[in-house]
Structures are given as C-alpha cells and as structure tokens.
Design a protein around this ligand. Sequence first.
Ligand SMILES: *[C@@H]1O[C@H](CO)[C@@H](O)[C@H](O)[C@H]1NC(C)=O
Ligand SMILES: *[C@@H]1O[C@H](CO)[C@@H](O)[C@H](O)[C@H]1NC(C)=O
Length: 279
Amino acid sequence: MLQPKIQPSDGLSFRTCSVFIFMVLQSVGEQAELICPHQPIVALAGDDVILPCHLEPPIDVSSKTVIWTRPGLDPKYIHVHQDGRLNFKKQNRFYHYHTALFVDELKNGNVSMKIFRVKLSDAGEYQCHLPSMKKKASIQLSVGVVSTPVIEFVSNENREVVLQCEAKGWYPEPEVFWLDDEGNLLSSGPTETVRGPDDLYNVSRRLTVEKSDNFTCRVQQKNIKQTRETHFYVPVQSSSHTEIMRSIIITLVFTVFLLLCVSIWAYNWRRIRNVKYIH
Ligand SMILES: *[C@@H]1O[C@H](CO)[C@@H](O)[C@H](O)[C@H]1NC(C)=O
Ligand SMILES: *[C@@H]1O[C@H](CO)[C@@H](O)[C@H](O)[C@H]1NC(C)=O
C-alpha cells in the first residue's frame, strides 16, 4: 500500500479528503445513467449496424473496462475493451473481427458497439456493462432479410386475368397485399407461405382481375419496418376471335328481330287504315 510520509494531523485531512473525492466520484458514477434505446435496433442481413449506448451525463470511460455480452451465448463476451484495447482472448470467436467500439468516443461516455455484416444469427439481446461503475443496460437487435417481389402472369380466360405475386427469402415472415392504381386494397386469394431450410420465408398470393389497371403487389414486414413493391400493368382486353363472332351473331339476330317487329307493325297499321277506309 502506498503510505505517503505525512504527519498524524495531516493524515486525517488526507484521508478525509480522499474519502470525500472518492464519494464524489462514486456519486457522479452512480448518478450517471447508461442509456441504450428501448426500441430494437433494426438491420438487414449484410449491413453494418451500431448498437448505440452512452452515459448521461457524459463521463470519460476511456480508461475503464467496457464489456459487451450476449446472454445465453457461451462464451458470452462479444467485445471486451480492457486497458485501452480489445481483449481478443476473451471474445467469442464467432465475433472475431466483427465488432468495434468507437475508441475516440469513449471519452464522451459513448460506449456504442458496431457489428460488421450482421447475420440472422446475430439477432437478439445484447448487454453493455461498465463494471467499475456498476452499470449495465440491454439492447435488442432485430435482423431482417428482404427481396423485391416478382409478379407473374398466370392465365387469361373469359376476360379474367390471374396474376401471382411471389417474394422469396424474407425474414421474419412478411405480409403480401394487392392494391389498385389508387392504392386501395384488393381482395385476393390467401397468402401461401413456405419456409425454406435456411429459415427464410417464401410467400405468394394470387389476384384475379377483370379490368385494366396498374396493379401493385406490396410485401411488408412491420417489425423490421421494410416494404417492397412491384407494379404490373394489365392492358385493356382485346376481344378474342370467338367473342367477335359472338357479337356479330348477336347483332345479326337482333337486327332481324327488329326488322320483323317493324314489318309486323307496318302490316298491321296498313290493315287498320284499310279497314277504316272501307267503313
Ligand atoms: C456514439 O458514436 C457513434 C459513432 O460515431 C455515433 O453514431 C453515435 O451517435 C454516438 N452517440 C452519441 C450519444 O453521441
Ligand atoms: C404503375 O404505377 C407506378 C407507381 O404507382 C409507376 O411507377 C409505374 O410507372 C406505373 N406503370 C404503368 C405501366 O403505368
């Protein structure tokens, strides 16, 4: 132990003073709050993401130990910042070269951690610890996978056009909607969902339409706040050959019928007139 050469009278004031300083430092440390957002942080697979946590008020922690863990993981250490640098030995090997602290920001109490190229398996709870200040806070990471839907023309019979919208490789499971040009929801078939061996969802939904419009297929996932859309233009239906024949026949029949009616009426009218003349 370090025992400075001091007089007994000085000893008391030195001790009082250091206890006082210690208490002040500790109370500052205790008053400070380690703040991480309550809302999950959302990232898409392959992106770099920052888990933002900081001390409020800002306290310099550049010489302190900062530990990021994932409860439930073995070893649970994702990033251990000790003696001014990463303690590589303690780090879970799946996170080697995948994490970083903002070392220059530690003096501002910013203990945010960056994860490079997140994977689906990185989703979950993370904890940030400041052992010297007895601070601990949790943060949630959500990881999603998205793709742009593809619309396929399925069939065109009796003026009914069937379209199919398919979105592959989503996570978590998304919703699929069909909309008209004005953005109104259209009633369509049920959503078919298939989960692949990679845990990703393939979804598809059919729409049957009878008129021309610019249709939209919208695929969305609210938890990861992602929406992807594709448009498909159904042109005005040109009549098929049989339909043209049918309308010609209908017109002919109608014309013959009309002529018949007119001639019957004319015949009757003339007869009535003749009868009148005779009387
Ligand atoms: C902490 O540092 C990161 C990286 O520079 C930054 O994105 C974040 O906004 C900072 N947080 C605060 C509270 O300043
Ligand atoms: C359909 O609508 C979208 C936007 O609503 C537009 O970008 C696209 O050009 C339209 N397509 C056609 C063929 O009108």
